[in-house]
Design a binder for this molecule. Structure first.
Ligand SMILES: *Cc1c(COP(=O)(O)O)cnc(C)c1O
Length: 269
């Protein structure tokens, strides 16, 4: 596909620029405002979630300097990555089956995966990353902080037997081409509403706590690479409805979709 076919209209481009600018301002403000008790704060990375949105929308945001994009579906991500600039950092944030790991691993500029929940998938990713890739693939383990059945993720518990601790150890010890960079959660709608009044989202506070505990366990371990440049695990939490509360709880990565691109069609529409 030629790049001109990927160009957004002038009107759409200016709409996207305005939305990006507003989100960036709100992120800055939330980061600058009084934090809740949290052991680690870093300036949040803003991941624009572009699922179901045309590649031309991404080009519009790219022209405004946006380089971080989240996608939920493997095929859609493969198609977009092939058409769009190589210096985009792609974040896979959708449900991941181990039989799709190979396809995902071959995207050269895949930056991270936020939805790891199984050792099998971790091993597949580690196995299929191309030889030409020099940087490790960053992974986030998804944690179900709200306990809702419709959310995937491992329980936020480290008391043995702990699937979360076992998976973290597996990535760190047995998957040298992966780097455990952090933990991800999707907070419940109830907490997102609660936080509007109480300024506290208990799902996000729970992820911050389990992060601190997991780091302690990993430090007791045999080593292996994990964490960011400060040696800390990053929290990936916060979407359009709740990213400010997430930042107050120490989020280092927010995933914002509809506030940038507008409402999406629902699956199957
Ligand atoms: C779709 C999605 C987002 C973005 O949601 P918005 O409410 O549109 O901001 C963030 N994270 C995950 C895991 C998603 O699936």
């Amino acid at each position: 596909m030629s790049t001109s076919a990927l160009k957004p209209t002038t009107e759409r481009a200016s709409e996207l620029r305005a939305n990006l600018s507003e989100i960036r301002d709100r992120i800055k403000q939330a980061y600058g405002s009084a934090p809740r008790s949290t052991s680690y704060r870093r300036e949040p990375t803003f991941v624009a979630v572009s699922k179901y949105k045309p590649a031309s929308d991404i080009v519009g945001c790219y022209q405004d300097g946006q380089r971080d994009y989240g996608e939920n579906y493997v095929q859609e991500l493969v198609d977009k990555a092939a058409q769009l600039p190589q210096d985009i950092r792609w974040y896979f944030i959708g449900t991941l089956q181990s039989n799709k790991a190979k396809m995902l691993a071959t995207i050269p500029n895949l930056y991270s995966i936020h939805t790891l929940t199984s050792q099998k998938t971790a091993s597949s990713l580690n196995k299929y990353l191309p030889e030409t890739r020099t940087d490790p693939l960053n992974v986030f383990i998804q944690v179900n902080t709200s306990g809702e059945d419709n959310k995937s993720g491992l329980a936020p518990s480290l008391s043995s037997p702990s699937e979360l601790l076992d998976l973290a150890n597996h990535v760190v010890m047995a998957c040298p081409r992966l780097k455990l960079l952090g933990l991800m959660t999707i907070g419940s709608l109830a907490e997102s509403l609660h936080a509007k009044e109480a300024l506290e989202n208990r799902d996000f506070e729970a992820l911050a706590r389990v992060r601190d505990q997991l780091e302690e366990k990993l430090r007791e371990g045999e080593g292996g690479k994990w964490g960011d440049e400060d040696g800390r695990l990053i929290l990936s939490m916060g979407m359009s409805a709740d990213f400010e509360a997430a930042i107050r709880s120490g989020s280092g990565m927010v995933r914002v979709g509809s506030s940038v691109f507008g409402e999406r069609r629902k699956k199957g529409e």
